[in-house]
Every structure is written in C-alpha cells, then in structure tokens.
Design a protein around this ligand. Structure first.
Ligand SMILES: N[C@@H](CCC(=O)N[C@@H](CS)C(=O)NCC(=O)O)C(=O)O
Length: 221
C-alpha cells in the first residue's frame, strides 16, 4: 500500500510527520517549498486549497492535521500509547488538546503571514501583528498552566496530542518570547529529545520558514 505525506518544513505538516515517525510507519515524504509552488493543479487535485499537510494512505486522502492525527491513531495506534480511545479516562482531554493545538497555530499562521509572507513593510499591519502576538501569548499561557507538574499534556503521558501542541509551541516560540514560560521551555526540551521529533525537523541545509525570532528580543532594539 502506498502511503505519502505532503509536507513543507516547519509547517503544520510537521505534526503529521512527527506522528508517522512515532508510529514507526513506512511512508514516502514529498517536501514542497512553502509558497505558491503548492498551488499547482496537480497538487490541488489532492488538496483543494494547496496546503499542507496532506496524507495519502492507500485509498484514503486526508487533509487537516487534527483529522490526520485522529485517523492515524485510530487506524494504527490501537495497541499503542499515542491514542486515547473512546471511554478511556483521558479521552476528553486528548480531544481537547489535540484540537487546541490549532488555536495556537492560527495565531502563528497570522503572524507568519504578517512577518514573512507579506514582503512589503507598507502592507504589513502593526495593529494585527500586536493583536496576534498578544492573543498568541494568552494561548500559550494556557499550555504553560496545563503543563504544571507534568511532562506531557496528558496526565497519562506522551500521546499524539504532544505532536500537535508540541509543533504549535515549537513554531510559536519564533513569535513570542518564551523565556518566562519555564514549563513550555522544559516541554520543548523534552520534545527535542524524542528521535521522532528530530526526524520531523528540516535538514540543516534546507531553507527555513522560521530562521530567526520575529519579536523584539530582550536587550535588542
Ligand atoms: N487547519 C489546517 C491548516 C493547514 C494550513 O493552512 N497549512 C499551512 C502551513 S502551516 C499552509 O499550507 N499554508 C499554505 C497557504 O496558506 O497557502 C491543518 O491543521 O492542517
């Protein structure tokens, strides 16, 4: 059976890539450059908006990273530790945090658009940038609180939720100073120690979407 993940480095498809590695599934990876190259008729026949991630798993074609995570867990993680099946004690929390990852990522996406996608300074909106950075900080504060006294988002330990939230905070740190968020910093360090997370990072020589922080760093103008 053919299994293919369409991916752009450092984007939400990192969640699906990380999860595929955690599940130790065989797959082919198609890496697209982030940008207009995604809008080809060929790729749009797979993902109608020309976005990533998109997973082709035999006869199943799926976009939306949260749906991909649920599908992969239901289909392949039944005996594993990544899923929380209906009826399990952490089921409601698993669903909530899996999808809360997108609440964070939407602010990251808006900030990516303002700081990176829009080239002309005059076309950027300082008001949108300020508002989105503030909303992102509030969304991260919720994660900081949830991580108090635990290593992973669920009391029962690492799960697919962490590939969703973990990616979101990894991307968010480029737009929000996390130095005053010790639980999130320790969480990111724990994520970085997972071989599957490391396998989802861009290779050293790949162009990066997030090559530097996009907020005023303490002590810098
Ligand atoms: N909610 C979707 C969002 C997908 C999405 O917007 N992906 C971005 C990358 S993070 C993308 O492909 N952007 C290209 C574009 O907007 O043209 C998901 O979680 O999969």
């Amino acid at each position: 059976m053919t299994r293919v993940l369409h991916h752009c480095h450092q984007t939400r498809s990192m969640r699906s890539l990380w999860l595929l590695h955690e599940l130790e599934l065989a797959f082919d990876l198609v890496v697209h450059p982030f940008g207009p190259d995604l809008y080809t008729p060929e790729y749009r026949s797979i993902h109608p908006l020309g976005r990533v991630p998109c997973l082709v798993d035999g006869d199943v074609t799926l976009f939306e990273s949260g749906a991909i995570a649920e599908y992969l867990c239901e289909t392949y993680a039944r005996q594993g530790s990544l899923w929380r099946s209906p009826g399990s004690p952490d089921r409601a929390a698993w669903l909530q945090w899996l999808h809360y990852a997108e609440t964070i990522a939407v602010h990251v996406a808006n900030l990516t658009q303002q700081h990176i996608v829009i080239w002309e300074d005059a076309q950027r909106s300082p008001m949108v940038m300020k508002l989105e950075a503030r909303r992102l900080a509030k969304a991260l504060a919720v994660v900081e609180k949830a991580l108090a006294g635990r290593d992973w988002m669920l009391p029962s330990g690492f799960s697919a939720v962490d590939t969703g939230i973990g990616y979101s905070v990894y991307a968010a740190q480029h737009f929000c100073d996390i130095s005053s968020l010790p639980n999130i910093r320790a969480y990111l360090d724990r994520c970085a120690l997972r071989p599957a997370f490391a396998s989802a990072l861009p290779p050293d020589d790949a162009p990066r979407l997030y090559a530097r922080p996009f907020y005023a760093e303490p002590g810098k103008a």
